[in-house]
Write a new protein. Structure first.
Length: 248
């Protein structure tokens, strides 16, 4: 099968997800945590802080951190958060149980992010995306936060555009987030070699669909998480099976 056929189906599925009506996003398995993360009107900083925490632990654990800290301080307003000292944040991140695998590093990033939101965005994190910016500008603004790299920057911009329906002036700079699932799917679909790197997947996605490379992100992640598993793939249930050389 041609790369074009594979790309077209992935993009078609991605477009369905992109154009679907806005719904509450289930970031975690905790309804109150998801309520906080979905509240871009009153608590947009919760979403930003959760994105920054999403490193080297399971996503559900990382995205719970803002809610767990809110339970410790009573409220989650940016004014209350910005009044916390670095020592306060480190204590809340560590006690009584560590909220992240790398407590000290992530406490530093959390504290620095709160201060950046207060000082650079007048305490309103939604200003990162509220002026109909280009996708490059949104990713760049996330990259200015300590601990954020291109993967998290693209992930955050993609969630804002796809799930929250935040309008951007373009989508060129929203890359695919090449985690282990996406790399495996790109490899098994024959789009890249078996030992594909993160950078190779990113540039392959740009070559396949330059107007919005990240459009293929969620479809590939879902395929990898649900069917195209590292062991025991369930090819018969995957909608890409008739195009996949590995399934054949």
């Amino acid at each position: 099968m041609s790369e074009k056929s594979i790309r077209d189906r992935l993009v078609e599925h991605g477009q369905k997800l992109f154009s679907a009506p806005k719904q509450v996003i289930q970031f975690t398995r905790e309804p109150l945590a998801d309520e906080l993360l979905n509240d871009l009107v009153n608590h947009p900083h919760a979403f930003v802080l959760a994105c920054i925490m999403d490193r080297q632990v399971k996503a559900e654990r990382a995205w719970l951190i803002p809610y767990r800290i809110s339970k410790k301080i009573g409220k989650f307003s940016i004014n209350i958060l910005s009044a916390l000292s670095q020592e306060d944040v480190n204590r809340f991140m560590r006690e009584p149980e560590p909220l992240h695998r790398f407590v000290d590093t992530m406490a530093n990033h959390f504290y620095a992010a709160v201060q950046r939101i207060k000082n650079n965005y007048a305490g309103d994190a939604s200003r990162i995306w509220s002026d109909n910016p280009s996708s490059a500008e949104v990713v760049y603004r996330f990259l200015e936060f300590d601990g954020v790299g291109p993967k998290i920057g693209s992930m955050a911009a993609n969630i804002l555009a796809r799930e929250f329906k935040i309008p951007f002036s373009d989508y060129y700079s929203i890359d695919i987030s090449a985690d282990v699932h996406v790399r495996r799917v790109f490899s098994r679909l024959g789009l890249c070699a078996a030992d594909v790197t993160v950078e190779q997947v990113i540039f392959k996605a740009r070559a396949l669909y330059p107007e919005f490379p990240g459009m293929m992100d969620l479809p590939c992640w879902e395929i990898g998480r649900n069917w195209c598993k590292s062991c025991g793939p369930v090819c018969r249930d995957c909608y890409m099976s008739d195009l996949c050389p590995t399934a054949k």
